[in-house]
Write a new protein. Sequence first.
Length: 287
Amino acid sequence: MKPARFDYHAPESVEEAVALLGRFGGEARVLAGGQSLVPMMNFRVVAPPALIDLNRIPALAYIREEAGMVLIGAMTRQRQLEFSPVIRERLPLLAEAIGLVGHLPTRSRGTIGGSIAHADPSAEIPMVLQALEGDVVAQGMRGTRRIKAADLFRAPLTTALEADEILTEIRLPVMPVKSGYAVEEFSRRHGDFAIAAIAATVLRAGDGCATARLATSGIGPVSARLRAAEAVLERDGLGAAAIEKAAKLAAASVEPITDHNASAEFRRHLTDVLARRALLRASARAR
């Protein structure tokens, strides 16, 4: 199938792109990598009156470290993240997760900002944004604002971005050098969307656990933090009993969905299994 008729615009600045969004009253769609939007348009799941292509705005593609944060332009290709020494050294959780995102052609074209703004509940990048407690910068007609990961995802394919706003930057705190981390995912085939996935980071403090962060993908309607499980680890440490208890609590605390891929019951079971695996690997790396 082919998309419905639409106007095409290729602005050369964020300000021009925001003005175009305002001109179309928020009805236009922003084109980044197009790995999700274009198929949706071809099947006429969406039929926007206009596309605003961000690919001619070079200022939106960068990776740099600044004041304890890694700043990533929204139009940075996923393939660039995969090979970036800054990402590998400062954000190893993201580096591990990127290898699970789609296939080579989709990573070569797909962008980090597009994945986050699309807010597919089965995508890996929103999960990492949650686990690392990052935030994003949005620019609209009323200026710029920062949105925390915890406040960004509202529902499947729905974020807190306003209709006239463009996601311009992703901000992730540098992971402590001695952090343990892991991503565990279950999918039908490598490169498919996750039926369930867990991202975990831990930081030891002597025999205890200073911080623990766990986030989901594919399990519920949005990527979510598993705060009750985190609290168990921060209280009881990273021993086998504490990890077992945290994994069970993680499974009990999620709100899994049922779809054509898996039942809610199976996703709850996967939460337990994947949380345990992720925490065991993260804990070993933290040593």
